[in-house]
Design a protein. Structure first.
Length: 760
């Protein structure tokens, strides 16, 4: 860890405040003074059972390791930590009262006591999380806390299909979940790239399906392999061990067995389960495979056998069956599937998927379990007892709630923690996207157009960690923390209690706790952020900021890396850019050590910089961070998508007003092609000019055919304007149209991502 940050954390860890608890309690009142642990401190309890004994034993062990004091169980009122059962409190609710002479924890159940214990630990010195630290003096601030969760479902998902994590780390993952009061561990166990759970009736699933020949090297779009065999699986004994461990932390484990898609590892093991009969090979690339389970009686018998063994291992009432990203190619080509569609009176392959899910739903219901599926299970009609996990935004969840189905909100735009959390230029490789801590925290699950009786079906939230680009426990931690803390607070705390600047300050103080637990958290919270503003002269003013109260930002204007001798940012006037410039800036501490990211912006001042333009096409969620994102002077790249404008429906139609007639040499515009993100290159580009904005003359019209290119790239198209004089420039780019067959989103409209329009 950075030495400057370490010193800061050591200082902060000596201070403990009730308001430092994450997730934030419903209410707290701070008092004066502290309760101090000493050799006379003990534990008192009015009723003891096995579960509470375990909580008390954990407290005793932690306090003794940290302070040297044993805190035995004794019946006394003073200088004690007293556990009091209170049946008036809800199942997961608790209260903590700390005075200078005693600590009282109240709860209606052991769950409540467990959550009270987690909050109590957070109030203590950070050393309480390090069983090997030197002995320190422990104390608690005088305070009163009343707390209970907002949602009954508070989940994190870990994908081990792409990259498997050792059992020891899965337990650490569960420990961290418990620390922040999550109660649902969604374990994604099967994938195209690997089957990770032992099924005794079908040994080939782990003999064959658990291993792939290689993995992608770099980004999947590069279409390169590393040439290294990869694989592994969890034995049933290991699964039982994990489930028992999670149960001791009041966390339910939800297994996910993917179907009907994401099943290539199973098909490679038992080819007769596919429509073509194979041969199949465990997938060595990420993305979506066309080969899926064929809905034959043999397949359903296989899946029922698998799920029967799974249910013996997992007591969870929920069983997740995936149901997402199921291409229909093999079903369309299958005579059996087409006969089945006719026989069952189904409309199409989407209804065949609904038939498939309904069969599995009926089986799970007959066993007293409940099916959860990703929101694609809505397609073709929703299975009657299913719970929907809404990942493609919130629309699926809204529709399911309107149909009176339970919903777990897990929108990728807020809760996919495999997305970049800082400037991708300075972050380790990720799948794409941009999801900083502040955006994760901003999500409000109940801000949906639903009636009160429909809102009751929103059970809670879940964040997901897909591991295509996360191959080690250390990187799992890096992608999770601190963003998982934002999810924890959304899931537990009231909407009225949430305030980002307050949360951000608490997160900084929690870094010391995570450091003691040897968690490889991300420091992107310290990253430099920039606000670009164009002047009336068409120049670009770059303002930099950071969450530190007294940042020492040093910068360069020649593209070189900042160092201790670089220009110092004064924070008052900003950096004025008048020509093509690469700005780089870094944060340094008083010892000259760099921390956080290196901010980088490629700025090209031109005739269009700062000029107003009017859309006739509609931009939606992706706005480029500024109102005039296409003329702010900053050039986007394929790593950093923050500056890009996304157009749903894939068509660009706008007119730029240069404010005066200019002699024009050329125009350039950037487009992103990223099929895996449903972003496609346009079908055409047309540029027209006009002096008065009424009659336009077309100067260039081009057509493109790049739909078959699978790799991700950025291309800037340059258009010769031949010295034409004009004030207005009309730019239109044609939509790629519907995503092609074989794509995960086949039939849906592609997105168009556009960046900076330069005019010279």
């Amino acid at each position: 860890m950075n030495k400057f940050l370490t010193l800061t954390f050591i200082f902060l860890s000596s201070l403990s405040f009730a308001q430092d608890i994450i997730p934030k309690p419903v209410s707290y009142t701070a008092g004066d003074g502290r309760f101090v642990f000493d050799e006379h401190t003990s534990v008192s309890v009015n009723s003891l059972d096995k579960g509470l004994m375990e909580i008390i034993a954990n407290l005793q062990e932690a306090v003794k390791a940290c302070s040297g004091f044993g805190v035995p169980v004794q019946k006394k009122n003073e200088n004690s930590i007293t556990f009091l059962h209170d049946n008036k409190l809800k199942d997961e609710a608790y209260e903590i009262t700390v005075s200078t002479s005693k600590v009282i924890l109240k709860a209606g159940s052991n769950k409540g006591f467990f959550y009270a214990y987690q909050s109590l630990l957070q109030l203590l010195s950070d050393e309480i999380y390090d069983r090997n630290s030197a002995l320190v003096k422990l104390s608690l601030p005088v305070c009163n806390i009343k707390d209970e969760p907002r949602f009954v479902y508070r989940g994190l998902m870990l994908d081990v299909g792409r990259h498997m994590m050792p059992v020891s780390f899965v337990k650490k993952f569960i420990d961290l979940m418990a620390m922040y009061k999550f109660n649902q561990f969604h374990w994604h166990l099967t994938e195209d790239q690997g089957w990770r759970i032992e099924i005794k009736k079908y040994p080939k699933l782990t003999e064959i399906g658990a291993y792939r020949k290689e993995s992608p090297l770099g980004h999947d779009s590069e279409n390169r392999g590393d040439g290294k065999p990869y694989g592994g699986f969890y034995t049933q004994e290991e699964v039982k061990e994990v489930v028992a461990y999670a149960t001791s932390k009041y966390i339910n484990v939800i297994p996910e067995i993917e179907m009907p898609g994401h099943a290539v590892a199973a098909l490679a093991s038992y080819p007769e389960l596919g429509c073509s009969g194979g041969p199949y090979e465990v997938r060595t690339r990420w993305g979506v495979a066309k080969d899926v389970y064929c809905p034959t009686e043999k397949t359903f018998a296989f899946l029922e056998d698998v799920l029967t063994e799974v249910m013996t291992l997992f007591p969870s009432k929920y069983i997740h069956i995936g149901g997402d990203e199921c291409p229909k190619d093999s079903w369309k080509a299958s005579e059996f599937c087409q006969d089945l569609i006719r026989k069952e009176g189904l409309k199409d392959e989407h209804e065949l998927q609904s038939y498939f899910i309904s069969r599995i739903d009926s089986f799970l219901t007959s066993k007293g379990r409940k099916l959860i599926g990703w929101d694609e299970i809505l397609e073709g009609g929703l299975s009657p007892n299913a719970t929907v996990m809404s990942w493609r935004g919130t629309e699926g969840g809204i529709e399911a709630a309107k149909q009176k189905h339970d919903v777990i909100m897990s929108p990728n735009s807020f809760h996919y923690l495999d997305y970049y959390q800082g400037d991708p230029i300075s972050e380790p490789l990720a799948i794409g996207g941009f999801l900083p801590l502040e955006k994760v925290y901003s999500y409000e699950p109940l801000a949906e157009p639903l009636a009160p009786e429909e809102l009751k079906h929103i059970l809670g939230v879940q964040a997901n960690l897909w591991t295509e680009y996360i191959s080690t426990p250390e990187k799992v931690e890096y992608m999770l923390f601190p963003r998982a803390l934002a999810v924890a607070e959304t899931a537990w705390s009231t909407a009225e209690n949430k305030e980002y600047s307050d949360f951000e300050n608490r997160v900084k103080r929690h870094f010391g706790k995570l450091a003691k637990l040897k968690v490889n958290y991300a420091e992107s919270i310290y990253n430099i952020k920039a606000a670009l503003k164009t002047t009336n002269k068409g120049e670009v003013l770059v303002n930099l900021n950071n969450i530190e109260t007294a940042p020492n930002i040093l910068y360069t204007l020649d593209g070189s890396e900042p160092n201790r001798r670089s220009n110092k940012y004064d924070g008052k006037t900003g950096i004025l850019v008048k020509k093509q410039t690469t700005v780089k800036a870094s944060l340094f501490n008083e010892n000259g050590q760099k921390y956080g990211n290196t901010f980088e912006a490629d700025i090209r001042v031109n005739k269009a910089t700062g000029k107003f333009y009017e859309y006739r096409s509609k931009k939606t969620k992706y706005t480029g961070n500024t109102e005039m994102a296409l003329t702010d002077g900053q050039i986007g790249n394929e790593k950093n998508l923050q500056t890009w404008v996304g157009l749903e429906g894939g068509k660009l139609d706008l007119t730029i007003d240069l404010t005066a007639v200019n002699e024009l040499s050329n125009l350039s515009i950037g487009f992103l092609h990223s099929p895996g993100s449903w972003v496609m290159f346009p079908s055409s580009l047309e540029v027209s000019v006009s002096k008065k904005g009424k009659k336009f003359k077309t100067l260039s019209s081009q057509s493109f055919n790049k739909g078959g290119e699978l790799s991700q790239f950025v291309e800037r198209i340059k258009v010769n304007l031949n010295g034409k004089k004009a004030r207005y420039i009309k730019v239109t780019a044609g939509s790629f149209g519907e995503l092609p067959e074989g794509h995960a989103g086949a039939g849906a409209d592609a997105w168009l991502f556009v960046d900076e329009i330069e005019v010279n």
